[in-house]
Structures are given as structure tokens and as C-alpha cells.
Design a protein around this ligand. Structure first.
Ligand SMILES: [Fe+2]
Ligand SMILES: [Fe+2]
Length: 291
């Protein structure tokens, strides 16, 4: 136990390096340096279903976050506000690092014996097909809505003690990702408002984000559960063991959609910034205010 605690402290204290060259940006990308090699197969509370639900969305991040970057980058030349342009650059840096870190974790899923590439190839092919047939404005609106969903996931990581049951390496990955998602939660939304503030476009983006994120998340989780040999009965037993009164998928989509439907919605209305700042400050890491 003591060894585990020491290992956790070592990971929490030393595994992230800040990037001095971006300290002037209001959104600060930080590198994660965690070795996932010893992460066990069921790393979340030793629970196969809880782990598969988390891995289901983790698997989507590399391709999904690169799509977010492409969607915003398309409009970069049309954004004149220097503050928003600086935030966009920080957003690119953060999402690029998240995609890389989750690529590394996907390699661990393969090493654990999961066959993830058939699923990931189908996910990439189907989303590429949708991307080719969507306007740049719809792609941006989809990104803005998806970023609201990730901001709710991020808030839950800090307020619902979910990560306490994770092994230290995964706690570090997901808390780092969550804190940076909170920092840049308004960037894609603000770009969308600058490019086309139409409520109808925002809703079309919400619809597409809900279908794609929700659909592939569930598909990914089922893909992993089937390979673990979990049937419906054992999945239900796992879920009962977690005793979550507000499961993550319901929280993200029910609360996320309800909030996003408000005509006067803005991501800053959820006052979550202090959660991210406190997590970084506890580790002596660069904060936007200090830049
Ligand atoms: Fe991200
Ligand atoms: Fe994000």
C-alpha cells in the first residue's frame, strides 16, 4: 500500500512539464509524461463495465480531438480578435497533446489484448464520410457542442470523486485532460459565435455531436465488453456495484443537451474554472493568471 501511495505521489508530482514558450498564452498547453505500461485491464475500481465505459470514450479522443482542431483551424483567418486568436492557439496545443496521450493509451489497450482497430477504423471511416458531406460551419457547430459535452465530463472528474477509484496513471491522464478541457471550454463556442451565431446552426451541431459521440461511445464500450466476455447480466451487476445515482452517459447528454438548448447559453455560465485552477495549482503548474 505504502509503495502504491509513493508511486501515486511520484506520478502526481513529477509527470507533467509546463511549456515555458507558451506561458504568455491565456490557455496553456502542458505535456503529460506518464507511462501506461503497468495499467491493469480493469483500471477503474477493478470494474469491467465502468472501465469499458471510460475506455469507450477515451478511444474516441485522438481522432475526435484532431477533428475539433481542423474544424476551428478552418476559420482561423476570419478571427481578428487577438485574445480569441491566442486562445485558439492554446486550444490547438492542448488538443494536440490530448490526442497524442490518448493514442499512447490506445496502444496499451492493444497490448492488453483488445482488438480495437476494427472499431477505430470504422469510426474513422464513418466520421470522415460525415465530415466530407458537412459544411465547415456545421463542423464548427458540431465541435462547439462536443466541447460542451467534454466540459461536463471534465467537471464530473473533479466533483464526483470518480477518479479516486482509478489507478494513478489513469487518474493523472484524465485529471490533466479534464483540467485543460475546462480551460478551453469556450473557445470553439466563441469562434462559432464570431462566424455564425445562428441558433439553428448551433442546434444542428448539437444533433450531430450527440449522434456521433453518443453512438460511437456506446459502440466502443460494447466492443470492449464483448471481448471481456461480459453479458448483459454481468454488466448490470457491475453497474449496481458502482452505485452511481447519475451515470456519466446520462449526465453528459441529458444535462448537456438541456443546457445547450438555452438560447442564452454560454460555456462560461458553468463556473468550473476554479476546479481546473486548483488542480494545476496543487501541482505547482502554470496557470493562465500567472502568465
Ligand atoms: Fe481534449
Ligand atoms: Fe476540448
Amino acid at each position: 500500500m505504502a509503495e502504491g501511495r509513493e508511486r501515486k505521489q511520484a506520478i502526481d508530482s513529477w509527470s507533467i512539464r509546463t511549456h515555458a514558450e507558451v506561458m504568455a498564452d491565456p490557455i496553456v498547453p502542458r505535456d503529460l509524461d506518464v507511462d501506461f505500461a503497468n495499467v491493469p485491464r480493469h483500471w477503474l475500481a477493478g470494474n469491467a463495465t465502468a472501465t469499458a465505459i471510460s475506455n469507450g470514450v477515451n478511444m474516441l479522443f485522438p481522432h475526435g480531438e484532431r477533428f475539433f482542431v481542423r474544424s476551428v483551424k478552418y476559420f482561423l483567418d476570419r478571427i481578428e480578435d487577438p485574445e480569441l486568436r491566442a486562445q485558439i492557439k492554446g486550444f490547438f496545443g492542448q488538443e494536440g497533446r490530448h490526442a497524442k496521450a490518448h493514442d499512447d493509451f490506445n496502444a496499451i489497450l492493444r497490448a492488453q489484448g483488445y482488438e480495437v482497430d476494427r472499431f477505430l477504423d470504422a469510426y474513422k471511416r464513418l466520421t470522415a464520410w460525415i465530415e466530407e458531406r458537412s459544411s465547415p460551419e456545421l463542423r464548427l457547430a458540431t465541435t462547439a457542442a462536443a466541447e460542451h459535452f467534454t466540459a461536463i465530463m471534465a467537471e464530473g472528474a473533479f466533483t464526483r470523486d470518480v477518479l479516486d477509484a482509478a489507478v494513478p496513471e489513469m487518474r493523472q491522464l484524465l485529471a490533466w485532460h479534464a483540467a485543460e478541457e475546462i480551460e478551453h471550454k469556450a473557445v470553439a463556442y466563441d469562434v462559432l459565435q464570431a462566424i455564425d451565431p445562428s441558433y439553428a446552426l448551433r442546434l444542428r451541431g448539437l444533433l450531430l455531436a450527440t449522434i456521433t459521440l453518443g453512438g460511437f461511445w456506446v459502440w466502443g464500450a460494447i466492443t470492449l465488453l464483448r471481448q471481456d466476455g461480459r453479458g448483459l447480466r454481468s454488466v448490470l451487476a457491475d453497474l449496481r456495484a458502482m452505485r452511481r445515482d447519475d451515470p456519466i452517459i446520462r449526465r453528459v447528454f441529458v444535462r448537456g443537451i438541456r443546457e445547450y438548448l438555452r438560447r442564452d447559453f454560454h460555456p462560461s455560465q458553468n463556473r468550473t474554472e476554479a476546479l481546473a485552477a486548483a488542480w494545476f495549482a496543487a501541482r505547482g503548474m502554470t496557470l493562465p493568471e500567472a502568465a
